[in-house]
Write a protein that binds this ligand. Structure first.
Ligand code: PA5
Length: 446
């Protein structure tokens, strides 16, 4: 089971910059209210909590077909529809495309250079395109879908339809309509499950199956973690404690930047996934905390100076892995050089774990709060636990702050202005606004 250690955020270990038990106690009622909201599913968007019980028949069947028939799997999506799949791919099948087929490409932007490169690398006749969009109309995703649709039709005619899988809302939206009209294979993102909480739906699970990983294990991990954090007593509930620590530092002590540092290359994109979840869920009404994606040990030689010695505005969240599952011994070479020979005979996993522990301690000695999330190993089961854990922590933290952690009103205006510029009917006024803004800026352009 995933565990946490919040010692380096508490007064007993950290000294005067640590939180006191009294401060956490004072939050008890709010924490219990947040937990009740979760248990009673008071928001329809808490449907993500029930994803572990979903029926996987269609996902598995589609996965088997893709593995059998395709050389390439191209996922089109953005935000919550792409970051989860990316995190899964990099954690559970590192260097996938150099080692296995179907090769996997995740296109989550509208950069023409990237798409051109991807298209040069794949043979459309042997490619399955998975279009992932809950709303069914996100501009970036549908633009790339339209391009692929036309290209597939030109290459394959009527057969093109068999090369698409639509992952979308069960009823609503343009993509659902297209899927119905054209008889596309379609997988449901259940009603209530919103983008950044959707990784454990077919959004992430189809890719999981395509890369040869058992999605049942991932859901089992998520389920057991979810049940574990339904514990009422805050001091025994890791999700409540982590939310409490980040909330107290963020609101009482202006430490509102949360650095996510997994000590694993495989979790680099997990950091990105977490950052979207934390930023888009909590940043509203002038409130919220800033996520800072990172990876250890790499960023010890890039960012650590700032965390240790820079502004006192951060809390560092480590992810520690107990067993790496593979290891390499550092050999007995260059024994005459003291600067190197002390490493001989040690395993690489010993070094990475020592670095994680030392960094924790160094930060604590400098009065910099941090906490550690510990998983026994990095596999499908524990990825399920990590996803579910941080989704629940995010929802609880949102309830503590007093905002809606499931919407994202702040991204709408940018979308409307883009619609105006791209000529969408009804957004003519927005287009004029953009043109006027361009004029106002002109004299400031050097
Ligand atoms: O978390 C969210 O809801 C968003 O980040 C969405 O995932 C993102 O905007 C993409 O939306 P959609 O899946 O509807 O294309």
């Amino acid at each position: 089971m995933l565990r946490v250690n919040i010692g380096n955020a508490m007064e007993e270990v950290l000294g005067e910059k640590g939180l006191t038990e009294k401060e956490v106690e004072a939050l008890r009622d709010k924490l219990q209210d947040a937990l009740s909201q979760i248990k009673e599913r008071r928001w329809k968007e808490l449907a993500f909590l029930d994803l572990p019980e979903q029926d996987l028949t269609e996902v598995k069947k589609t996965g088997v077909r893709i593995k059998k028939e395709a050389e390439a799997f191209l996922l089109l999506g953005i935000g919550g529809s792409a970051l989860g799949p990316k995190a899964i791919l990099h954690a559970l099948s590192p260097f996938h495309n150099l080692r296995k087929t179907p090769r996997v490409f995740i296109y989550d932007n509208v950069d023409p250079v990237t798409l051109r490169h991807m298209l040069e690398l794949i043979d459309l006749r042997k490619t399955v395109v998975n279009v992932v969009t809950k709303s069914g109309s996100t501009a970036e995703t549908v633009a790339s879908f339209m391009i692929l649709w036309e290209m597939m039709e030109k290459t394959l005619g009527e057969d093109a339809r068999e090369h698409f899988v639509a992952t979308t809302d069960p009823e609503k939206g343009n993509l659902r309509q297209i899927a119905r009209q054209n008889g596309l294979t379609a997988l449901d993102i259940p009603e209530g499950v919103v983008g950044r909480y959707s990784v454990l739906s077919p959004v992430g699970l189809l890719l999981t199956e395509v890369i040869g990983v058992d999605s049942t294990e991932m859901l089992k991990g998520a389920q057991e973690l979810r049940d574990r954090v339904m514990e009422e007593e805050p001091w025994k509930n890791p999700a409540l404690l982590v939310s409490a620590v980040l909330y107290l530092y963020g609101t009482k002590y202006q430490r509102d930047i949360d650095v996510m540092v997994p000590y694993s290359d495989g979790l680099k994109y997990f950091s990105e996934w977490f950052s979207q979840l934390w930023a888009e869920s909590l940043g509203k009404l002038g409130l919220g905390f800033t996520p800072y994606p990172s990876v250890g040990c790499t960023d010890q030689h890039s960012q650590l100076q700032l965390w240790m010695d820079g502004p006192e505005d951060k809390v560092v969240v480590f992810i520690r892995i107990e067993e790496y599952g593979d290891d390499i011994r550092i050999p007995f070479v260059f024994q005459e050089m003291e600067g190197l020979s002390y490493l001989s005979g040690h395993m690489l996993s010993e070094l990475i774990k020592a670095e994680q522990e030392s960094t924790e301690l160094a930060l604590a000695k400098a009065g910099r709060p941090n906490l550690t999330v510990i998983i026994p190993r990095l596999d499908a089961y524990y990825m399920g636990q990590l996803f579910m854990f941080f989704e629940i922590v995010t929802a609880i933290t949102g309830f503590l702050i007093g905002i809606n952690p499931f919407n994202q009103p702040g991204v709408e205006e940018g979308k409307r202005l883009t619609y105006g510029m791209m000529g969408k009917r009804g957004f003519e006024e927005r287009r004029r606004e953009v043109e006027e803004a361009r004029e106002r800026k002109r004299c400031w352009c050097l």
